[in-house]
Design a protein around this ligand. Sequence first.
Ligand SMILES: Nc1nc2c(c(=O)[nH]1)N[C@H]1C(S)=C(S)[C@@H](COP(=O)(O)O)O[C@H]1N2
Ligand SMILES: [Mo]
Length: 304
Amino acid sequence: MLIKRPSDIRASEITDESVYWNRRDFIGTTAGVALAATMPLVNGFVRSEQDEKLTPYSDVTRYNNFYEFGTDKSDPARRSGKFQPRPWTIRVDGECNKPGEIGLEDFMGGHTLEERVYRLRCVEAWSMVVPWIGIPMADVLNRFEPNGNARFVRFETVVRPDEMPGQKTRVVDWPYVEGLRMDEANNPLAIFGVGLYGEVLPNQNGAPLRIVIPWKYGFKSIKSIVRISFVRQMPLNTWKALQPSEYGFYANVNPEVDHPRWSQASERRIDGSFFPKRIDTMMFNGYAEQVGSLYAGMDLRRWF
Ligand SMILES: Nc1nc2c(c(=O)[nH]1)N[C@H]1C(S)=C(S)[C@@H](COP(=O)(O)O)O[C@H]1N2
Ligand SMILES: [Mo]
């Protein structure tokens, strides 16, 4: 089974990965069903966010970047109604011993899902604190037994211009592509997001499955994934392909390295206030303790 039961999970993983545990039959539920119960967990790396106000549901689901539905931040909520996230199949291929296709149900490990709610900061010019429901990426990827040649993992978004009006334009060379180094993908903070606020993912947030990489800028968190490939070489990700002087492969949140056209030292926190405040952006979005060692010795100005 893909999703571990609480009894299978080492204590270190629990305290490290979740603020809340939730148990509920995930498959077969519809959006809008609230979680039955949430149980606060002791400490863990999300400790700091516990003091931070959650971004209201209406902002999380109405202020989005998802160019498949248009380039305006209000487009995804307005124009994603036709999109059909179920049934869904993900192809897994490349440098691994067990390539294959996986349905969303298998992906979720059958009918009962031990959900983990990750309360994580996501940042770029604006930032949100979102209670994601996610599955550790490593748990999923390891099922396919990546081999020694797998140095990176590449993700691809679905192409369905009939359901995704933005794909009728050429703003991006579809499909949207992203990638991670294998050790980044194996970090416990890298998750596949399948829901938020106790619901299955709304279309505009990347239904039925997207990634969430909280120590990187937003564009790394690719949505509506249909293909996962283990590869030898660094994949060319969409934003780097569009504008290589402005966007790199790593995209680690770093207040000391500015975007060529704006400072990245602060962010506007969307927390429901009428006048959102600007706050200082933290190195690796505040997760330096968990992910800093992945980049030891790297020149982060060069590898932005
Ligand atoms: N397929 C796809 N994934 C995508 C994007 C996109 O345009 N297409 N936009 C990215 C960008 S730029 C951001 S900031 C985040 C936004 O995620 P959110 O709408 O859930 O906040 O999604 C990322 N994932
Ligand atoms: Mo973004």
